[in-house]
Design a protein around this ligand. Structure first.
Ligand SMILES: Cc1cc2nc3c(=O)[nH]c(=O)nc-3n(C[C@H](O)[C@H](O)[C@H](O)COP(=O)(O)OP(=O)(O)OC[C@H]3O[C@@H](n4cnc5c(N)ncnc54)[C@H](O)[C@@H]3O)c2cc1C
Length: 191
């Protein structure tokens, strides 16, 4: 939104209480770029967004003096389990949206990643639970794997990229804005 609204000629001002863009929960993200989600809308939005990550430099369209974040396209493997209904819904939605994936037995999982084993410990338990670390009797049956996913090199930098792109279209940003907001709300408050 920060980039697309200014691109359309809208005059935008982003007011943030923190010191810089991307310093909210984005700074704590694990940076995983995945396209499987629990709803069809979420999956479609994630897949559309993935395409922007693939062409990030083109999407941003300007030079950021700090450099550009990079997509590391490693692919994503998601284990099937009884808790996620062997990924039936996820597979159905990916198929509906034309997102390519491989449906793997556990033997095929081991071919891709030999260090994995099929022992299942569901449900999660706290370390003080006497059953902690005890496997259940339902070994994992397999996984799905898709290529269009991975992780990005630096989530905070990616947001800075978006800020620089938006600024190039006239967007304005105001950080550390808590006192500024209060000064607008309460006459006499130091801005
Ligand atoms: C531990 C963890 C791991 C995650 N891992 C992943 C992952 O691997 N892949 C993934 O896609 N997603 C992941 N996520 C989710 C992802 O981080 C969030 O969906 C994303 O950061 C949300 O971005 P945002 O811009 O909406 O929010 P934020 O980055 O939190 O930005 C919100 C901004 O609003 C500002 N703000 C809030 N209140 C006010 C106010 N009253 N006045 C002024 N400014 C205000 C904040 O200062 C902040 O800058 C993870 C999240 C967490 C916590």
């Amino acid at each position: 939104m920060h980039t697309n609204c200014p691109k359309k000629g809208w005059k935008t001002l982003t007011i943030d209480k923190l010191a810089a863009s991307g310093h909210g929960s984005t700074a704590n993200t694990c940076a995983v770029i995945r396209v499987h989600y629990s709803t069809i809308d979420g999956t479609a939005a994630a897949y559309e967004s993935y395409k922007y990550w693939e062409n990030w430099a083109e999407y941003i369209g300007v030079q950021d003096p700090l450099g550009l974040a990079k997509l590391i396209k490693r692919g994503v493997m998601v284990m099937k389990s009884t808790a996620n209904d062997q990924l039936r819904k996820i597979k159905r939605m990916m198929a509906e949206l034309g997102i390519a994936y491989e449906d793997l037995t556990f033997e095929a999982v081991k071919e891709k990643c030999g260090m994995l084993d099929d022992t299942s410990y569901h449900p999660p338990r706290r370390p003080d639970d006497p059953e902690f670390g005890t496997p259940n009797e339902r070994p994992l049956q397999g996984a799905i794997y898709y290529e269009e996913g991975g992780y990005i090199s630096d989530p905070v930098l990616s947001v800075h990229n978006v800020q620089v792109a938006a600024e190039s279209h006239g967007a304005q940003f105001k950080f550390n804005a808590a006192s500024w907001i209060l000064s607008k709300m309460e006459p006499g408050y130091p801005g």
